[in-house]
Design a protein around this ligand. Structure first.
Ligand code: THU
Length: 190
């Protein structure tokens, strides 16, 4: 224990040695050198292979083609997009969320001069639905930007969807229908 602490302290104090070794060796050996004071990260030897460009596509649920119903819901989301208050990014998003009751809840992104106070369209729609007493949902359609590329929901919105929706919940984007499990495979839960 004492030795490890000593090594760690020495790691903080030693000058940074540049190593081009791309391997990580765990458990940490005597090169235990983690962080420099003031947040400077120091290079550490490791044995993790890089996962860059190595996604397991086969494990992701299939994306389904758009049908008439999903296109209609996208149109509703597209109309809602025009209401977005996106003064700062200029990127407008609209969402149309269908509850199991049959009611459709709308949301647009609402930005703020204090940037983190803004909210995404998807979460605005969930807020409207949940505060109306809904808890079970059938689908969501999302339209954002200028329609040239699909507007994939951000990570926080995916986590919110995972709170209320099943893994097969259809997330309707302009290029197809994505089962939620494909967008958020390992959602946090308590
Ligand atoms: N935004 C959404 O409303 N939904 C998303 O899924 C992605 C991002 C908003 C947040 C912000 O107002 C703007 O788009 C640019 O990030």
């Amino acid at each position: 224990m004492t030795k490890k602490l000593t090594d760690l302290v020495r790691g903080f104090l030693d000058p940074i040695e540049e190593e081009d070794d791309a391997e990580f060796k765990l458990p940490l050996d005597d090169s235990v050198k983690l962080h420099r004071p003031m947040g400077t990260v120091r290079r550490v030897q490791h044995s993790f292979k890089t996962l860059k460009n190595r996604r397991n596509e086969a494990a992701l649920p299939a994306v389904l083609p758009l049908d008439d119903e999903s296109r209609a819901l996208l149109e509703i989301a597209r109309a809602e997009r025009d209401k977005a208050y996106a003064q700062y990014s200029g990127f407008q998003v609209g969402a149309a969320l269908v509850a199991e009751s049959g009611q459709v809840y709308l949301g647009c992104n609402i930005e703020n001069a204090s940037y983190p106070a803004g909210i995404c369209a998807e979460r605005a729609a969930f807020c409207a639905a949940i505060s109306a007493g809904e808890r079970h949902f059938s689908a969501i359609a999302i339209c954002g930007g200028d329609d040239r590329v699909p507007c994939y929901p951000c990570g926080i919105c995916r986590q919110v969807m995972a709170e209320f929706c099943t893994p097969d919940f259809p997330v309707i984007l302009t290029d197809g229908v994505y089962p939620l499990a494909g967008l958020m495979p390992h959602a946090f839960s308590l």
